[in-house]
Design a binder for this molecule. Structure first.
Ligand code: DHE
Length: 520
């Protein structure tokens, strides 16, 4: 089989010599014969996921030609090595990684039509299990697209349910911790009831989506979309769309939404726009204007477009900035955000109250601000961020906005995590030869106190704590992987739970209380 894959690669090279239009036309025909039934005539998904570069290019795992040839284990995707030649597979791979000529719209009508509420769903009056409802932890298993529901005390798996294909970003819990909303890169949003351990329903809110945020009152769920360029707001109750906002900057530029965040103290959603030098704030309470200190002042200076109370719910405010920022960290009070420029060379602090940039930070090496965390270091409040392109963690004072320290790590990292009740924060090394290590760092001295290497050669990443901060759960991010439970004080391994490529883990309490140790 390896020989077959090598010959696909050779065929791909040969393809470059063929007239591309001819090869792509043949691939289009092969797509219609073999793939369209499951993946949709327009490649935007059906029974199987969407096959467009926006989704495929983001996925880690086996490369596309291998999946076409050999299929995807534990899914309904069969292998086509018998039906298609190496040349055909290479052409098909190229075809699928070519952007669509026309991206269809995905309006509230399409969203409504996609809605599938589970017919057998029965809401329980109380949890049907006896665990602490505030210490439930979800594990997203990306290997076979499932979520495991863990009792955070006994670590027993209470349920393991299928999700839409390729979940990305943190699931969002309702404020009482009973329901959870999970989003896939294909734009599907799933609602699951943790009390009755049943799916409530799902809806496709976009064709290619980034993440979701829930409003403070738990009534609205915002879905940030790349395709089409919209923010879709759903009712959390029944997943119906209540508003689909096209994202168009003041100068007419259409923009993708990199991410949407809940700003609880402001009763709003904050949007990072990928292609426009604006940040948007969308009110999730008709009276949200009242909490914007200095709002009227800003309005008089034309820094904002609308007073939320004049438009009421979902009123939009634009904050104009020097260049697009697409990865945000927020100060605890949500007055300030730190955003990274797209080329990863610098970061700026934007004060959301006055709607202006107030500081610039020397953060080169692609900071991953979305994974930032904050804590008290002595009498100062600091935040830390890993970097996607350099083996370092930057620690910043959140009053003076000065760089306090740069911690050298064994490679670029993706996620940081801590908890109010632990003296350490945990930092993975997601990229490079040392992706099998996890650093444990003292929050006061900023020294690495221990470097764990639980499974040599395996990617080890992302940490979540139990509600009380006593245990740290670490993913061995492999198909035959595991969640390792560590004693967060002694740093000794307590147990291993076998899992299929576990990625993020999310504790109900830590998430609904916006624990300072988690990314928001
Ligand atoms: Fe993520 C969260 C963006 C690639 C796994 N990722 C997020 C969030 C954003 C983001 C904005 C916060 C959303 C939230 O939780 O509401 N991610 C991006 C990217 O821009 C990037 C670099 C490339 C892309 O376009 O997708 C990217 N992310 C990845 C991956 O390759 C990861 C490792 C594997 C995967 O599943 O795609 C990945 N991202 C995650 C996870 C979270 C996440 C597990 C939630 C972390 C948390 O603790 O909340």
């Amino acid at each position: 089989m390896t020989r077959f894959i090598i010959s696909i690669r050779a065929a791909a090279a040969a393809l470059l010599l063929c007239p591309p239009t001819q090869a792509l036309a043949e691939a289009d025909e092969d797509f219609r014969t073999h793939c369209a039934e499951c993946h949709g005539e327009n490649r935007l998904g059906g029974l199987g996921p969407a096959l467009i570069p926006e989704t495929l290019g983001r996925m880690r795992g086996p490369v596309l030609d291998e999946v076409i040839a050999l299929g995807r284990p534990a899914t309904q995707m069969p292998g086509f090595a018998e039906a298609l030649t190496a040349d055909q597979i290479a052409a098909l791979t190229e075809y699928l990684t070519t952007p669509l000529d026309v991206v269809p719209d995905w309006t509230d009508i399409d969203i409504t039509a996609s809605r599938e509420m589970s017919t057998g769903y029965e809401a329980a009056d109380a949890p049907i299990w006896s665990a602490d409802p505030m210490n439930i932890t979800l594990v997203v298993e990306t290997g076979d697209h499932h979520v495991s529901v863990l009792d955070g005390d006994s670590f027993e798996v209470l349920d393991r349910f299928p999700t839409p294909f390729a979940v990305h970003g943190g699931p969002k819990f309702s404020p009482d911790g009973r329901f959870v909303f999970i989003m896939s890169r294909d734009g599907w949003v799933q609602k699951y009831d943790l009390w009755s351990l049943q799916e409530v329903g799902r809806v496709r809110a976009g064709l290619n989506s980034r993440n979701i945020a829930i409003s403070r009152d738990g009534k609205w769920l915002a879905v940030a979309n790349y395709l089409p360029m919209t923010l879709a707001i759903l009712s959390t109750d029944d997943l119906t769309p209540v508003k689909v906002m096209p994202i168009i900057a003041r100068d007419g530029t259409q923009s993708r939404v990199s991410a949407v965040y809940q700003a609880p103290q402001r009763d709003s959603f904050i949007l990072a726009l990928k292609d426009a030098a604006e940040i948007w704030e969308v009110a999730t309470d008709p009276d949200a204007a009242a909490v914007y200190e200095g709002f009227v002042h800003s309005y008089e200076k034309d820094m904002v477009e609308a007073i939320p109370s004049s438009e009421g719910l979902f009123a939009r405010r634009r904050i104009e900035i020097a260049e697009p920022l697409d990865d945000f960290f927020f100060s605890d009070d949500y007055r300030n955000l730190i955003g990274a420029a797209r080329d990863g060379s610098r970061a700026v602090v934007v004060n959301l109250t006055v709607g202006q940039e107030i500081a610039e930070l020397p953060l080169n090496g692609m900071p991953h601000l979305g994974s930032g965390i904050s804590w008290d270091r002595g009498d100062r409040r600091v935040m830390a961020t890993p970097h996607l392109k350099e083996g370092k963690i930057s620690v910043i004072d959140t009053e003076s906005w000065e760089l306090v320290s740069t911690i050298e790590t064994e490679g670029p990292g993706f996620f940081l995590r801590s908890h109010e009740n632990t003296p350490y924060f945990w930092a993975d090394v997601f990229f490079g030869p040392n992706r099998d290590v996890m650093h444990v760092i003292d929050k006061q001295s900023l020294e690495i106190v221990k470097t764990l290497r639980p499974e040599p050669g395996a990617t080890v990443a992302h940490v979540e704590f139990t509600r009380d901060g006593r245990y740290a759960l670490v993913s061995v991010w492999e198909e035959d992987g595991a969640v390792i439970v560590y004693d967060a004080a002694t740093l000794e391994e307590v147990m291993r739970l076998p899992m299929n490529k576990p990625s993020g883990k999310y504790n109900v309490w830590n998430k609904i209380t916006f624990s300072e140790g988690t990314s928001h």
